[in-house]
Design a protein around this ligand. Structure first.
Ligand code: ADP
Ligand code: MG
Length: 609
């Protein structure tokens, strides 16, 4: 083996691999430089999502001709001079490698002038080599234009996402990082269209309002030199992942699992498993308490006192969450000794007579339109159809023709939902029932979700999952990045009878939904899917992804806590649950039904003594 020292251009190209991953990372480095230069107005223009051209212009301190030339040298920085400086760092940059790295893998033109300088300077680099230096007329400040990123490293160019996807990353980064500097004006123009215009505002709260139009609760706590400020969303609006939760540490956008966990903990069990709230938190602390030099792109940090940070973030969130006045959906209600009923074993043998008859002679099936009214004069004795109101479309009505149960008589002691005697709805969420000598409580949302989930799966397995075209397509406004994420998955969604189409950069139209579902909040569904981060290899695990989306579909086609359902609907739901496999848990694995034995009920009243 022959060892040789690499020339600078190659060193810079290799280093660029760490710093410059995609157009958004170039924007990040250039905007950070503009911020460090004390700018109050930062203008960003991109063409084809930064694939072809990208320009950042600021009104900061600018550079003299010598400084500008030096800026492209590797490890050239005006921000630190000794390692100790990292403990008191107040600038975004400090590694002195961004400009050298960017110049190594693109064509760069920098134009700049200081306040004192009588003329400006313009410098061009191509693939890391200086091409031209000239004096020119220029306003105070700096503009850097990057042409054809990765033009000389085609392997890297191949890894770029579509212009639309790259643009959304840029847009998200600019919007989110701007939270830390409300007094700076940010503008972003893409292919001539202004897509972001954030005028300077007095506070982060106002910047937050420019970016998060929703109704957020304020978070604010300072303790021991550490401050947590921001705003977070209602737990009922949480997402299935952390993409909507923006965390800044000393002005830097970071991703940090510990902070995320502290936020989740602060919600005090009001979030479901793996759910994260939307909103933003800006954590500030003395620079000595956080090491920012642990990641080449500075997107991860290390805290010197992680426990303290955790406690303060959690405390800040907890305090904010407790102040919520709107009702919340709590997911872990302590209950006395809950026994989860075992799922029904579906028997798929041919339909043998006699038909299933419940203890209460409840007719099967129970399509809502044609339920024969049973009668009784004893209150609560038998399931009684009391509703005589005109027919209304029901959540549980079958869009197809009624089907008859093809289930043989299950073994005596096995649990059947249709054996339940429905008493009433509790907390607009639970169906309270009696079964022999037990109190049985059914979570109506979880139950309905399970039914819908199984319907889609069964129809798909039989290749009869049909699209129900919408008369008027439903349109949903999203971010550009979310539209890109959705379009990427549109084929898979079509497989689930969900037809979507982009109307423009930030709007999606829903044209069709699965026919097996009688009611689907498709806008909410699409918003949720769009907000989820999708792992790179999702196509390799397609069935897993389809299963996940099926569960989300089922969820959005289901009755929600807060909906009132009629007795007829309750019995129709029980009927359908018996037809479903594994009806004992919702698709998320939460139990659908809980039962309380007679003796535990008697214990509540001291009758066991
Ligand atoms: P770093 O930001 O880590 O110092 P960079 O390679 O990003 O390294 O920049 C090198 C130097 O060039 C900076 O330290 C700064 O002095 C100068 N510089 C870069 N961009 C600007 C700008 N927009 N305005 C003024 N000076 C700049
Ligand atoms: Mg920099």
């Amino acid at each position: 083996m022959k060892i040789k020292v690499l020339p600078d251009t190659v060193i810079n190209q290799i280093a660029a691999g760490e710093v410059v991953e995609r157009p958004a990372s170039v924007v990040r480095e250039l905007v950070d430089n503009a911020v460090d230069a004390g700018s109050s107005d930062i203008f960003i223009a991109v063409e084809s999502g930064g694939h072809t051209r990208l320009r950042v212009r600021d009104n900061g301190c600018g550079m003299s001709r010598d400084e500008a030339l030096l800026a492209f040298e590797r490890h050239a920085t005006s921000k630190v001079s000794a390692i100790e400086d990292l403990h008191s760092l107040t600038t975004m940059g400090f590694r002195g490698e961004a400009l050298a790295s960017i110049a190594a893998v693109s064509k760069v033109k920098l134009t700049t002038r200081t306040k004192e300088g009588s003329v400006g300077t313009t410098i061009s680099f191509k693939g890391g080599k200086l091409v031209d230096v000239q004096s020119c007329a220029w306003n105070e400040g700096t503009e850097i234009e990057i042409d054809h990123l990765f033009f000389n490293t085609p392997a890297r160019r191949k890894f770029l996402k579509s212009p639309r996807a790259e643009l959304s990353r840029i847009r998200s980064w600019v919007a989110h990082s701007s939270l830390a500097r409300p007094n700076v004006r940010y503008r972003l123009v893409s292919d001539g269209d202004e897509i972001l215009n954030l005028p300077a505002v007095p506070s982060m709260t106002e910047r937050g309002e420019q970016i998060f139009p929703g109704d957020l609760m304020t978070v604010s706590l300072s303790e021991g030199g550490l401050s947590v400020q921001g705003a977070l969303g209602h737990p009922g609006e949480a997402l299935a992942d952390a993409t909507g939760l923006i965390v800044l540490v000393n002005g830097r956008l970071i991703s940090d699992k510990l902070v995320m966990r502290a936020v989740r903990d602060g919600y005090d069990s009001m979030l479901k498993d793996r759910e994260f709230p939307v909103g933003y938190l800006s954590i500030t602390m003395p620079p000595s308490m956080v090491d920012v030099n642990v990641h080449p792109q500075k997107s991860e940090v290390r805290f010197s006192h992680p426990d303290q940070m955790f406690a303060i973030v959690k405390g800040a969130v907890l305090r904010a969450v407790r102040s919520i006045r709107r009702p919340m959906i709590a997911t872990s209600v302590p209950a006395p000794a809950i026994a989860v009923v075992a799922p029904v074993e579906k028997i798929s043998s041919p339909p043998p007579p006699p038909p299933v008859v419940s203890r209460f002679e409840w007719p099967i099936p129970a399509p809502v339109q044609s339920v024969p009214a049973a009668s009784s004069n004893v209150a609560f004795a038998e399931p009684v159809v009391r509703e005589s109101a005109p027919f209304q479309p029901s959540f549980f009505s079958e869009p197809e023709s009624p089907r008859y149960v093809t289930q043989s008589q299950p073994p005596k002691q096995s649990f059947r939902f249709s054996d339940l005697r429905y008493i009433g709805q509790l907390l607009q969420c639970y169906l309270v029932c009696e079964l022999r000598d037990k109190l049985v409580v059914v979570d109506m949302h979880a139950a309905h979700e399970r039914v819908n989930y199984n319907k889609i799966r069964a129809a798909r397995a039989k290749h009869v999952l049909n699209v129900q075209k919408l008369l008027i397509p439903e349109t949903v406004r999203l971010t550009g990045e979310q539209v890109a994420v959705l379009l990427d998955q549109s084929e898979m969604l079509r497989d689930l009878a969900l037809e979507i189409e982009a109307v423009n950069d930030d709007t999606i139209a829903i044209h069709g939904v699965p026919g097996v579902l009688s009611h689907l909040d498709c806008a909410a569904l699409v918003k949720e899917i769009a907000a989820e981060p999708v792992s790179e290899g999702w196509r390799e695990r397609l069935e897993e992804r389809i299963d996940h989306i099926t569960a989300r579909l089922a969820c959005h086609a289901s009755v929600r806590s807060g909906d009132t359902i009629s007795r007829v609907e309750a019995y129709a739901l029980f009927q359908q649950l018996d037809e479903a496999d594994t009806a004992g848990a919702c698709p998320h694995g939460r139990p659908v039904v809980a039962e309380f034995a007679r003796d535990s009920v008697e214990r509540w009243f001291g009758r066991d003594r």
